[in-house]
Write a new protein. Structure first.
Length: 250
């Protein structure tokens, strides 16, 4: 379902952002689905779509909504001026399925695909442009990442520490993650067994590309692209919004 119109952009090399938003987000507690929780009076989904639509390289944003909520989510997004073409499709039971359905809804002229979590509503628009630029430069898959501040331990099922990886080699990966469309489509097909492998699940789309044998490049992430999963994260996000508003008034 198309919600708003935008400039079509060049015929070749168009960029679409897929936003899976069909989950409930139980860790945030009871209430509306996580993507519809408000920050500063605006649903997180709207903030995430606004940020991606504002990226210079993006011409289409596709949102995967709960199947029963497609009309309501379409109406919600249509009530905001978003600056790019917005499409809402029915999501699936898992994040992976929601991404796959959004991917299947794309026109043939989309060659670069970004996947962005609605639960990262404060990711800067220019982060999307950095990811797209890296894909255009030749990478098949690109993820933003931050160096870790904490030491990480490998543990067994009894919570006994087995080893300590070198922190300098670790990155906390964020979204938007970017892909050549053919790379992402092949990875999702492989995860469903269409290429002869057994069905697999991954916590992000870059993980599917890795399992399919693809190479993934890391680019610098953003401190503001954190994921909102707990009530404490909402407090931090409100503080970031307050700081942004204060900077705008100076």
């Amino acid at each position: 379902m198309t919600v708003t119109g935008g400039s079509a952009g060049p015929v070749l090399g168009r960029v679409a952002v897929l936003v899976p938003a069909a989950g409930r987000g139980e860790r945030l507690g009871p209430g509306a689905p996580k993507a519809l929780r408000e920050l500063g009076g605006v649903p997180m989904l709207v903030l995430a779509v606004q940020a991606m639509a504002a990226a210079r390289s993006v011409s289409l944003v596709v949102v995967s909504a709960p199947p029963d909520d497609v009309p309501a989510v379409s109406a919600l997004l249509a009530s905001y001026s978003l600056g790019a073409e917005i499409m809402v499709v029915a999501g699936g039971a898992t994040r992976q399925e929601s991404v796959r359905r959004a991917l299947e809804a794309l026109d043939a002229d989309i060659e670069i695909v970004l996947v962005h979590d609605a639960a990262r509503p404060l990711a800067p628009s220019d982060l999307a442009d950095v990811v797209v630029a890296a894909v255009r430069a030749g990478a098949d898959a690109v993820v933003p990442g931050l160096a870790l501040a904490d030491t990480v331990k490998f543990v067994d099922t009894a919570e006994r520490v087995r080893s300590t990886p070198e922190r300098a080699t670790l990155r906390a990966v964020q979204t938007p993650q970017g892909f050549r469309r053919t790379t992402l489509a092949a990875a999702h097909a492989a995860s469903h067994g269409d290429l002869g492998s057994s069905a697999v699940a991954a916590t992000d789309d870059a993980g599917l590309v890795e399992r399919a044998g693809g190479a993934v490049l890391v680019v610098p992430g953003s401190d503001e692209a954190f994921k909102i999963t707990r009530p404490l994260d909402l407090i931090l996000a409100e503080a970031v919004l307050d700081r942004r508003r204060a900077n705008q008034t100076r």
